[in-house]
Design a protein around this ligand. Structure first.
Ligand SMILES: [Zn+2]
Length: 177
């Protein structure tokens, strides 16, 4: 007499996505946003595209697209939340790592673009921030302005300080307009 073997099948396998274990091919992420801005650098024109796709597991609209491959070669796209709900901790960890890495890269690129714009603003508005005093008293006493602070921060500060300088420059530009 043979005993029936009980196996817990992967929910993705049950749903027809192929045999477990699944490997992660790629994670396509847009920082959680549903829109993707594409800048044409020859014309300077921005176009906005809808970002996202359909989860092959639950059929819902997803913004973090995880491309997975089953051991029998089936390639599917599933949402990060479905990977989590599937209880596949190994796959979940791979997805989390890929997402955090991608977002770090996105943030660095965003700050670089923001800094470049801030520098253009400063050079095209030589009077900007010169009538505001430097936030450090001893520097203000030496006659340094907020502009000196912003230039120093853009060159020497960490990401947080650079962002603060960008915000100050953007705000001053808006006030000057
Ligand atoms: Zn799903």
């Amino acid at each position: 007499m043979t005993q029936t073997q009980t196996t817990t099948e992967h929910v993705f396998t049950t749903a027809g996505l192929g045999m477990a274990p699944f490997s992660l091919l790629s994670v396509r992420d847009n920082g959680g946003a549903k829109e993707l801005r594409i800048t044409d650098h020859t014309t300077g024109i921005d176009t906005i595209q809808k970002w996202g796709g359909t989860c092959h597991y639950c059929g819902k609209f997803i913004t973090v697209l995880c491309d997975i491959k089953s051991t029998d070669g089936r390639i599917s796209t599933v949402g990060s939340s479905c990977v989590r709900l599937a209880g596949d901790y190994r796959l979940c960890r791979l997805v989390d790592l890929a997402v955090s890495k991608a977002r770090k890269v996105t943030n660095v690129a965003k700050l670089r673009a923001r800094k470049a714009a801030a520098k253009v603003t400063l050079s095209s508005h030589p009077e900007l921030m010169t009538s505001d005093t430097h936030p450090q008293e001893w520097r203000a006493n030496k006659g340094e302005s907020l502009r000196h602070w912003a230039i120093w921060m853009l060159e020497n500060a960490g990401a947080k300080g650079q962002t603060a300088a960008c915000i100050a420059i953007e705000r001053s530009l808006k006030e000057a307009a």
